[in-house]
Design a protein. Structure first.
Ligand code: APR
Length: 394
């Protein structure tokens, strides 16, 4: 049994799905968002928080930036620490870079949901999409989504914005779309603490015990990362162990103490990346993590999701409002070069931040390269410009 057909059925209310939904409503295209979790869970999920200037421009052009402009914080520098000292890289001033806006992702998600509903959009929370009908990626005349315990929802198109384990991706890969993937072989313990930031800027610490990162979120919450062995359980990391390890790797004895606070969340993230060779076909099109997962080493994930949502909204408008499918036909060619450039830089950052473990000759060689890359970044204007352009661009 099918319910009435809409223009676009969007699966997933993360940044990709919510930006897409808002942009479609702006263009007069009706849509429905299916989200398996409830609203409180979606709005409470702390994740990224680092918005590139392009993302802020897209959100501003579409009336979605009031919250982030009011409460977000602009960053133009980041800081590197190692046993050779510390230096600040002013990427906003290098001439090629632009500022970042730091705004917690869950606040952005809250703003996007409120605005989508204000514009008259429909979101069904607690609606788990079980499957996108297989023929959607082929010659089907419509997209059909099966919903657990409910009626099928059909639309002229389906947008899979349901993350990298989603059903949108599964339907495309079942239809023959291939994936390029890499396991970076590194894991991070991601910790959210109820404490103000300890550094002015994002901080990256290289240490023989592994990478440590400091990311400001709000005046009261800070995100820290600790490189940890693959397979580590978050439960193995007591608050004491976390603070001791952060102090060692961020070299507080030399550079001053960190502001402590309760650990709100801890989770282990394995750094993996993948890209679908084509982010859509027929009636089914993907955006965000569904189309490709990017390791968090350069904080590109949410920005790629917003970029893809913007491109997909334009392409779907062409198809639905003007009967012109060229935008959809070009969607992969529009996205993929930028996606791959972000992956290339993210991979470069991963090489900078993570020294190989152990004392073997190869590990020593790898660590020496890591330090050579850091030294080049400290001293070479060309290298700093490369960093600025890629760190802030999308
Ligand atoms: N049915 C309905 N909803 C689903 C289903 C399903 N079968 N599967 C997943 N979802 C929902 C999830 O609950 C989630 O709310 O899809 C949404 C996907 O959102 P994200 O994982 O945030 O993915 P995306 O919107 O692509 O954003 C990617 O944001 O959080 C960061 O690290 C992430 O940087 C990445 C970016």
């Amino acid at each position: 049994m099918a319910t009435a057909q809409v223009g676009v059925v969007i699966v997933g209310a993360g940044p990709a799905g919510l930006v897409l939904g808002n942009l479609l409503l702006d263009r007069g295209i009706d849509c429905v968002i299916l989200e398996r979790r409830d609203r409180a869970a979606v709005e409470g999920r702390a994740r990224a928080g680092f918005l590139a200037a392009h993302s802020v421009r897209v959100l501003t052009e579409h009336g979605l930036s009031a919250g982030l402009l009011a409460r977000g914080k602009t960053h133009t520098t980041c800081l590197f620490r190692s046993d050779r000292g510390e230096f600040t890289l002013d990427y906003g001033k290098s001439g090629l870079g632009e500022p970042h806006t730091v705004y917690p992702q869950q606040e952005l998600v809250r703003d996007l949901i409120a605005e989508y509903l204000r514009r008259g959009g429909e979101i069904r929370f607690g609606a788990e999409a079980e499957e996108v009908a297989g023929e959607a990626a082929g010659e089907a005349a419509e997209g059909r989504v099966r919903v657990r315990g409910g009626a099928d929802v059909t639309g002229r198109y389906v947008a899979g914005c349901d993350g990298h384990r989603g059903i949108g991706r599964a339907a495309l890969t079942a239809h023959g779309t291939r994936t390029a993937r890499r396991d970076h072989g590194v894991s991070w313990l991601a910790v959210l603490v109820a404490a103000p930031p300890s550094l002015e800027a994002v901080g990256y610490a290289l240490h023989e015990r592994g990478f440590a990162g400091h990311m400001a979120r709000t005046a009261a919450v800070t995100r820290y990362y600790l490189q940890c062995p693959r397979g580590t359980a978050p439960a193995d990391w007591s608050e004491d162990r976390i603070w001791t390890e952060l102090a060692t790797r961020l070299r507080t004895a030399e550079f001053g103490p960190l502001r402590h606070g309760a650990v709100l969340e801890k989770a282990v993230v394995d750094l993996r990346s993948d890209v679908l060779e084509s982010p859509g076909a027929g009636r089914l099109w993907l955006a965000g993590d569904a189309a490709g997962l990017i390791s968090p080493s350069a904080a590109k994930g949410a920005n790629l999701a917003i970029l893809q949502a913007e491109l997909l909204a334009r392409a779907l408008e062409g198809a639905l409002a003007h009967g012109d499918g060229t935008g959809l036909a070009r969607y992969a060619a529009d996205c993929l070069p930028r996606v791959w450039r972000a992956h290339e830089f993210s991979h470069w950052m991963s090489g900078l931040l993570h020294g190989p473990a152990g004392e073997e000759d190869e590990a020593r060689y790898g660590r020496a390269l890591q330090y050579a890359r850091l030294e080049s970044l400290r001293t070479s204007r060309t290298h700093q410009d490369f960093f600025a352009e890629n760190y802030t661009g999308i």
